[in-house]
Design a protein around this ligand. Structure first.
Ligand SMILES: NC(=O)c1ccc[n+]([C@@H]2O[C@H](COP(=O)([O-])OP(=O)(O)OC[C@H]3O[C@@H](n4cnc5c(N)ncnc54)[C@H](OP(=O)(O)O)[C@@H]3O)[C@@H](O)[C@H]2O)c1
Length: 277
């Protein structure tokens, strides 16, 4: 039976697809633009949209397991369709900010997704990564043009995680029923500040980079110009301020679950160096 990957063209989903193919299992992916998905030939790519429930029924036909992307449109239509199909395990991409328990709109949205999946009555696993290393791709434009990174917090130590490791945990859960009913909080291997990450990125591209502190107002303007709600900027500023001058926790879960240590930031920087040159 097939494994369905939603969010398959995203940073995590592409890695889930690639790692599932390596196990030899049949993989189906959905995208709103299948012709532009750019996924490997062995993957069956179907058109589907979380916002269009009728498109989900075909996508779920003969599907046994699902990697579920936390769509901003909500997951109730998807879980309703999945409960009428033959799905017997959903692995949900969720979220946490390790060491930060204050509710905010981002964590509330992810908890609502988890509740929707639980309410469906289908067996589930929740994968809760902290911040992604790929968030630092937002620095690429000013690194390329000016050799500078502007960020409100230079000294907030966070153990960002490589999206390949998030995918590896999800794939392990998809192929091993022992993960049913479990919530996995995962981080990268080291808590690093922005200033430390900028130094590592500079080494990866062979260029000396500078850090400049950005005001909260400039950050909010930048984030809203990129199309995110102001509430999102507020939440990021709040937990950035909380961690400024301290280090968030590092969890050993990736290695425990996958049997391999997580990628370091230097690994990630070397892999993504072309984006910063
Ligand atoms: N960034 C972080 O630090 C962080 C930390 C923890 C959790 N998260 C969560 O991780 C998620 C982002 O993951 P990512 O970076 O892998 O995603 P991404 O690169 O932004 O890709 C988004 C994916 O979602 C699919 N998608 C979006 N809307 C859709 C819809 N209406 N119907 C069907 N597919 C839809 C897109 O597919 P098509 O465009 O092909 O249709 C695409 O594959 C967010 O929900 C975020 O909250 C992020």
């Amino acid at each position: 039976m097939t494994i369905l990957v939603t969010g398959a063209t995203g940073k995590v989903g592409r890695n889930v697809v690639a790692q599932l193919l390596d196990t030899g299992r049949p993989v189906r992916a959905i995208s709103r633009s299948p012709q532009r998905a750019g996924l490997p030939e062995d993957v069956e790519v179907l058109h589907a949209d979380f916002a269009r429930p009728e498109s989900l029924h075909t996508a779920l036909r003969e599907v046994e397991k699902v990697f579920l992307f936390p769509s901003a449109t909500g997951l109730r239509d998807f879980t309703a369709a999945a409960s009428h199909a033959e799905v017997r395990h959903i692995v949900l991409l969720s979220s946490t900010v390790p060491g930060y328990d204050k509710p905010n709109p981002i964590s509330e949205a992810h908890l609502a997704h988890e509740r929707d999946v639980q309410d469906s009555g289908l067996p589930w696993t929740f994968v809760r990564p902290g911040g992604f290393m790929s968030n630092d791709l937002n620095w690429a434009a000013t690194i390329k043009t000016q050799g500078v990174v502007r960020d409100p917090f230079g000294d907030a130590g966070v153990a960002l995680i490589d999206e390949r490791d998030i995918a590896a945990v999800a794939v392990t859960a998809l192929i091993d029923d022992a993960h049913i009913g479990r919530t996995h909080e995962i981080t990268g291997p080291h808590a690093l500040t922005a200033i430390e990450r900028i130094r590592i990125l500079g080494q990866a591209i062979g260029r000396r980079l500078r850090f400049e502190r950005q005001s909260s107002a400039e950050f909010t303007e930048q984030v809203t110009n990129e199309g995110y709600p102001a509430q999102y900027a507020e939440a990021v500023l709040e937990f950035g301020a909380y961690f400024d001058g301290r280090s968030g926790p590092v969890y050993p879960a990736v290695e425990h679950i996958t049997g391999r240590p997580p990628h370091t930031y230097a690994d990630w920087a070397a892999h993504h160096a072309p984006y910063f040159r």
